[in-house]
Write a protein that binds this ligand. Sequence first.
Ligand SMILES: NC(=O)c1ccc[n+]([C@@H]2O[C@H](COP(=O)([O-])OP(=O)(O)OC[C@H]3O[C@@H](n4cnc5c(N)ncnc54)[C@H](OP(=O)(O)O)[C@@H]3O)[C@@H](O)[C@H]2O)c1
Length: 298
Amino acid sequence: MNRKTVLVTGATGFIGRLLTQALCAEDLQVRCLVRKAGTSLTNCETVQGDLLEPATLPGAMSGVDTAYYLVHAMAGGQEGFERRDRDAAENFVRAAEKAAVRRVIYLGGLGETGDDLSEHLKSRLEVADILRSGTFSTTFLRAAIIIGAGGASFEMVKALVERLPVMITPRWVTTLCQPIAVEDVISYLVGCMKDERTTGGTFDIGGPDVITYKEMMERFGRIRGRHLYILPVPVLTPRLSSYWVGFITPVAPSVSMPLIEGLKNEVICREHAIRELIPLALTSYDDAVRRSLDAENS
Ligand SMILES: NC(=O)c1ccc[n+]([C@@H]2O[C@H](COP(=O)([O-])OP(=O)(O)OC[C@H]3O[C@@H](n4cnc5c(N)ncnc54)[C@H](OP(=O)(O)O)[C@@H]3O)[C@@H](O)[C@H]2O)c1
């Protein structure tokens, strides 16, 4: 595999930045697609391009063997993020096919179609379908909340725990989810590229803890030395709560609102095939939180 070009799209994002560092450490030829001119990412080639402007893509795709798809349009505004994500994925497919890209690895969300899925989770699944329609092979990794400094969901939980000792919440706090440490996500993303058995597969990835959002916040609070009072009430809808959460968290409402709507959907791994293919000593939720807080303070 060495010295074949690996393209990272979404390289300036939460996952993209960490993945780029990890790939560079593997002695691979790494190229990053960036939207803003002058963006520099340590030790790798950057090519300016925007997936919503197809004419900017051929240079980024040229000579690429494997491309990571980590693009997410939500930060650009809540209005029409689904359409932007659809258009971006379609433009990516056309450009990758033209350049004869062999493999694509996409990190999207857990959640089952037909499960009254939120707009955000539906859109993540739609992107997977668009990528899978390409002539290249797509590996689809599905994750719930990723625990790591700078991640939108993690920063929301942190802000709620640190700013609100008493919380009146909708019933979604009792929904189950399976958080995963960002370091484990990066290991899976790199591992998939190295292991051809993952080519074309869809894999659920999650940490060792299956817990409710309430427990996630309570455990976070304990690690921070705070006791939380969380009172779920039936009348508060996810949409209504997304407004007050918007005031509390530093995360832009365009990102926080679709994420909060998604909290009504259970997001746990339904299959575990990845554990056989890429065995990892998975990080517990508590350790992932501690590591993330340390990373933020260092
Ligand atoms: N964070 C989580 O907890 C979590 C959980 C489960 C799954 N995931 C999945 O992981 C993937 C990456 O998420 P993330 O949290 O790293 O997202 P993120 O921090 O919001 O990063 C999104 C990236 O997409 C880029 N982008 C947006 N529109 C683009 C366009 N038109 N052309 C080119 N690049 C564009 C952004 O570039 P700019 O810097 O120029 O805006 C940025 O680099 C997503 O598919 C997401 O569903 C994340």
